[in-house]
Structure formats: structure tokens, C-alpha cells
Design a protein. Sequence first.
Length: 290
Amino acid sequence: MANLKEVKERITSVVSTQQITKAMKMVSAAKLRRAQDKIVQMRPYSQKLTQILNNVSAASDGAADIVFAEKREVRNVLIIPVTSDKGLCGAFNSNVIKGVNLAIAGQFAGKDITILPIGKKAFESFKKRGFNMVADYSQLFHDLTFGNARNAAEYAMNAFIAGEYDQVVLVFNEFQNVATQVVKVEQFLPMANDDSDDEKTPDTDYILEPSRKYIIEELVPTSLKIQFYKAVLESNAGEHGARMTAMDKATDNAGELLKELRLMYNRTRQAAITNEILEIVSGANALEDS
């Protein structure tokens, strides 16, 4: 049985850990509210912009003359995994990395893969494994703004137009609620029209001013950048939700461990007192016998 000093040190250590996890949970809760507000506000705008683009494209000549919709034989693939910069958020990061690994082994088997990591955890994981890397935007979460996300999106868009990559894919955690994040493997380029959109009205006769070409040239890049930024915001909200849940469970587990340790401490202390009493009694009996 452990001595009293060891048990007391373990209790002190667990109490300190529990205080840290409580504080981290509170910090994540505060950050989650702000991140959740951003993604809730972004979703309707992103969905409506995509719907307008699909409607305009379907109501005219389709996507044939949109450079970002050009489909070609897939040889070179750019995968953009979006993770966090920090850990202690459960399986949040490992699920994204697992999603990338499954995509590489499945639909992209035999392709030339390049990784553009967003977040320190993705950067460290794929660098360690020797993948071709574009590391210029791995620290995006140090200053998460639309301007910085737009720069990363523009790199992927320009590289696609230049023929460096035949397909660009986003892998990220979609935020659903505090306890649930779903890994999404979403094609970023070439653009894919959503034929299942019930609100799309391909038979609508649009009057486009100043011209269809001008509107498409302005609307398509904006839509893609918004789509990219939305994926990053989804991941950001999901990270704080996952960390809040993980820290809440860690705090509860620390509480359970403290109960066991305090029970062990009391038993050990009781056993030590009993042994002292036995020693005193034995010593007294020995004196009487002498």
C-alpha cells in the first residue's frame, strides 16, 4: 500500500490538473461563443451566394466557360487539411488526418499528392511523413481573418488555373454542436454544380448587367473564397467545441480520481494509526512481562 506522503502528493497533483482543465473549459466556452456566432452568420451568406451562382450558371450556358470549373484528368491533387494549432481537443485533429489518409489511400491512390496544411497539427503530421508541402499558410489561425484565408484560397485557385493541380480538396471538421464535429472531404476545385439543390431554378430567365461574363468573373472567385473561409470557420468553431467537451470530461475524470485517492488516503492513514496503536500495546505488554 502506498504511504501517506505519496498519496498526498498525488492528490495535490490531481487537484492542480483539475483546476487547469476547469480554466481551459471556461476559456474554450468563451471562444466557442464568438466562433459559433461567426459561422452561424456565415452559413446563410455562403449558401445563398452558391445558390445564385448555380442558378446563373444553369440558366445560361452552364459552367463550360468558367475556368474554375474546368475538369481534366486528375494527376496532381492538392489536399488542404484544416486542423488546430493546439492539442487537448480529443480526436478533433486525428479525425482530419485520418480522413486525409483514407482519401489518399482510396480515391487519390496513385496520384501525385501535395499538402497545404492549415494549422500546426496538420503541418507537423504531414511534414514528419515526408509529403510535398506548401507551408506558407500553416499559421493561418494565428490571425484568423478573411484577408488571410483569402490569400490561401487565391494560392489554390491560381495554381489550379496554372495547371499545377488538377483537383483541390478541403478536409475539415464541420461544426454541428458542442459535442459533435463531422469530418468533411469537400471538393474545392474544379467547381461542382449541386444538382440536388431544390431551390435551383435553371429555367429562370435572368437579365444580367453589365454582362454575364463580368458577373461570372466576379462572382465565381468571391464564391470560392467564401467557401474556403467558411470551411476554416467551421473548423475553428469545432475546435473550441471539441476542447470544451474534452476538458469537461477531463475535469469529471479528475473528480472521480480524487474520490478514489482521498478514500485511499483515509484507509492508509487509518492503517498507519492502527499500526502505531498495535506497536504501543505490544511495547506495553513487553514491559509488563519484564
